[in-house]
Design a protein around this ligand. Structure first.
Ligand SMILES: [Zn+2]
Ligand SMILES: [Zn+2]
Length: 329
């Protein structure tokens, strides 16, 4: 039997980056410690912050939900959970009921806003429209741009101080490489543990960015959280190739992911010099903040013959939903 390097109990995980073996308890503690350290090191949350949690129902966001709820009991910030329903049949619908259940167990409110309501069409239909029109643009680009914009709008209307997303080490490293390969300096610059405020944008924080996907998956299993482990049926494109490439490298050189992250974190402060600070304006079509005349959402929607439907997505009543996280159960 392999034994935990720290306490001698039965090991359940070999952390190849450090060479240590961990039992269930020590792995749980290690994940929680890195979550806390990331928050303190980058000052992601201040006392009394109102934090909107983007929760999809997958392993990462469910882990984040419990970690944040537990942290907020001690640090007195307020939490609300938001799920963007992209309209992916047989996938997102299952996740939403799980999020509802988990949020309820923690005494948190849950707000769901759908692509259907905001744009008059869910992602499955947008995928079909793209195909009909022979548009090459990847569906994941649509989904990402629309989801981020909606999340920002909903969090802003709710009066949130921060949006917390569940990006893990793997997600962050893939995004760094993807934007590097696409030569997208401005998107590259927006990565990092916290992306601070510009007018109309709620700052985004990523408390799980130092934790590998594998360890979060194990953490959710060991803590017995109910999560959806299936992946989106639309996934594809360059990100998948980059993910596989990085995982192959990591298999031979177990610190690859951390090296990419650390190198990026050292470079990031210098990226602002290379970027011309552009002024934020209001989109001429929808009024959302954008550096150009028309925002990226309206640009993409126009390609498939859709438009934003409603200016306001959150009711006055929903704005009162904030509450401090209560002990679970
Ligand atoms: Zn142990
Ligand atoms: Zn617009």
């Amino acid at each position: 039997m392999l034994r935990c390097s720290f306490c001698g109990r039965r090991a359940v995980y070999h952390q190849r980056t450090s060479g240590v073996l961990m039992c269930d308890r020590c792995l749980i503690r290690s994940v929680e410690r890195r979550f806390q350290q990331t928050i303190s090191r980058y000052k992601l949350i201040a006392p009394n912050d109102r934090v909107a949690l983007a929760v999809s129902g997958g392993k990462d966001s469910t882990a984040l939900l419990y970690l944040m709820a537990e942290r907020c009991q001690r640090y007195d910030c307020e939490l609300i959970t938001i799920t963007i329903d992209e309209g992916i049949r047989g996938y997102r619908d299952l996740c939403i009921s799980l999020v509802k259940k988990n949020a309820k167990a923690l005494g948190l409110e849950h707000v769901v806003v759908s692509f259907e309501r905001a744009f008059g069409s869910g992602l499955d239909r947008i995928a079909a429209l793209l195909k009909d029109r022979g548009i090459e643009q990847g569906i994941c680009t649509y989904c990402g741009v629309l989801r981020r914009s909606l999340l920002n709008q909903v969090a802003r209307e709710l009066g949130a101080d921060k949006i917390a997303t569940a990006h893990n080490l793997d997600d962050e490293v893939q995004a760094i490489m993807l934007n590097y390969i696409r030569a997208d300096l401005s998107r590259l610059h927006r990565l990092g543990p916290i992306y601070r405020k510009r007018e109309g944008f709620v700052p985004r924080i990523k408390p799980l960015r130092e934790i590998p996907e594998k360890e979060i998956a194990l953490y959710t299993l060991l803590r017995g959280f109910e999560v959806n482990f299936s992946s989106c049926p639309h996934i594809g494109g360059m990100r998948v190739k980059i993910r596989n490439f990085i995982n192959e490298l990591e298999a031979e050189h177990p610190t690859t992911k951390y090296m990419i992250l650390r190198m990026f974190d050292r470079l990031r402060p210098h990226l602002s010099d290379a970027l011309k600070e552009f002024n934020m304006r209001r989109c001429q079509i929808c009024g959302e903040p954008t550096p150009s005349d028309v925002c990226r959402v309206c640009e993409l929607l126009e390609q498939v013959g859709l438009e934003r439907r409603e200016k306001t997505l959150i009711s006055e009543k929903q704005k009162e939903l904030w509450r401090r996280a209560r002990p679970g159960g």
